[in-house]
Design a protein around this ligand. Sequence first.
Ligand code: ADP
Ligand code: MG
Length: 687
Amino acid sequence: MRPDILNPLFAETGTLEGVGPKLKKPLDKLGLTRVRDIAYHLPERFVTRRAIDNIDDGGEGEQIVVKLTIGEHRSSRNPRAPYRVLAQDAAGNVVALTYFGRASYTAKKQLPEGETRWVAGKLERFGDMLQIIHPDHVVEEGGETMQRLCEPVYRLSEGLTQPRVAGLVEQALARAPELPEWIEGTQRDKADWPAWRDALVLAHKSEHGAARDRLAYDELLANSLALMLVRADNRKRKGQPLRGDGSYRGKLDLPFPLTGAQTRSIAEIEGDMAQEAPMLRLLQGDVGAGKTVVALEAMLIAVEAGAQAALLAPTEILARQHYESLRRMAEPTGARVALLTGRDKGRAREATLMGLLDGSIDIVVGTHAIFQDKVAYRNLAMVVIDEQHRFGVGQRLMLASKGKRAPHVLAMTATPIPRTLTLAQYGELDVSKLDELPPGRQAIDTVVMGQEKLAALVDRLAAQMAEGRQAYWVCPMVREMDGPEDIAAAEARYAALKERFGDDVVMVHGQMPGEAKDTAMERFARGDAKLLVATTVIEVGVDVPNATLMVIEQAERFGLAQLHQLRGRVGRGSQKSFCVLLHGEALSETAQERLKLMRQTQDGFLLAEEDLRLRGGGELLGTRQSGDTPFTIATLDQITELLPKAYDDARLLMDRDGGLEGRRGEAARVLLYLFERDFGVKTLRGG
Ligand code: ADP
Ligand code: MG
């Protein structure tokens, strides 16, 4: 049960003043559903503005505040043309305040002709005219103060504005209570960190390093503590010793011999599963190393022992693909494989649920839907989690509560996670490594070229397709998940390529209806379509060995680890494969370095470490710098620096201070709930 003190923070955003259905939508889109989320919606950066009297003193691109007299409003018949309001500074210089689309309504209201207004925004040049596009603030003199020259900039979604979000944050902070201190005293003193509530307020006000660090530390501590609690509980609980007799595995008819690394990993897994203590093992292997077969063998061990196994995939696409390939591979063994995702409804779903309950299904593949409350198993004893880094820690570890006894867990990752992150995600766990690629793989040639060579590239693509080869074309990523801009980019590229290649092209992006996605993927997987245009939804796991060309547009926007993942979609068969990284015009030094590295190496581990190093500088303050971590507050830098401390702190709390007892223990309990790592608390109570 959540401590009462946290209740105001866990109230829905709808309880904030001014949040109705219209505002709720864009907030939900950012994952801001409760007051807590808004309080923790930390600024991406801050703008510092300069107050000037004379527009000519402002530099181009500079953030300014200036007093203006409003002049003529100019609209155009063309609905796409912007709405412009001309205004003059004290010296008589003219600047245009420019509005696109519906924003013109605001302009009409806010800028009556002949009056003076303080206007804040970014000064830009348009032809020989100065302009400010969508000013951040327009206020009357004597109204709201314009003295705030340092302002937070928040991540927005469509329908939100900076002042709107700032207002909500203010309300959320006002509701935030003082919380008991969970950080160890000397640690806090040494780092000179503010108390929780103060830190939160400060972090919204300015670039306050200590405040940001404290908040990050909280998150890291909560996570470490939860992992320790779950792990301790896991050690206490009994699993089911599973010993296979080889009867299913013996009937497998693989078209290739296993690599040494695969054989070794399977043996390690087999050894763990035979124990009563539940397995918690990470199978780490670069893209294309052949993790799926290892998973299948592990699951068949469970089936041989008379139990059921489940494979959890991070996306619908991947779940379907795994299902297809596992079913095909398992066919000669007689093991019955089923698919269960959130999209399956009605009869088929009922039948699957029944099969899981009565044991007529041996192996189920699916998305997190397979662990919903309504899904009951006869005897689920083994769980494989694919591409785990996409899951929250909570989801992963709570699986443990599903069976009567704790299931054996095998987590697989293609992202070679640096040690700090492994610690962050799992605490201590056993690792098997697939450090050997299947034989016959050829190196992928990686080419870096400017966007202007696009036409030549398309010709080359046409030649490849004519030879029966397949290709991927990945469009830029703006956010971690597909945002509207990503989709626009993919759709435009798709339209252009379709003109040339017709039905040979299909497209997949995250916001397409599920069926359409499936159809496109299936056509591509079968080889009916030769070219797949996509956003990063195809990043993980997709396996079409006949695809030999990967084109990535605006590659400079991607992290190295992600580029490596994407590149790993090709080079899976025996044919020579290529990866083309297209980039825009002005490349930063870091970007150049990154792309060069991509050309030079195919070593995923090296790339992951370099990624961590190159991103280290923290271009943006608190944005999520990596989709690979289970954290929303802590940046990679902070993880690297603070996690070991947080881990030790958590250990101390567990060992010396008796877990969650005592005064600090109580505070730690509040912390766990605050970060929703409370499954840790639950396991503690259960034990
Ligand atoms: P990943 O580790 O990225 O999940 P997959 O399991 O998808 O890799 O395997 C990549 C490809 O390699 C698949 O087409 C698979 O059939 C093939 N493969 C797996 N193991 C071997 C092997 N020992 N020899 C040859 N090919 C293999
Ligand atoms: Mg895979």
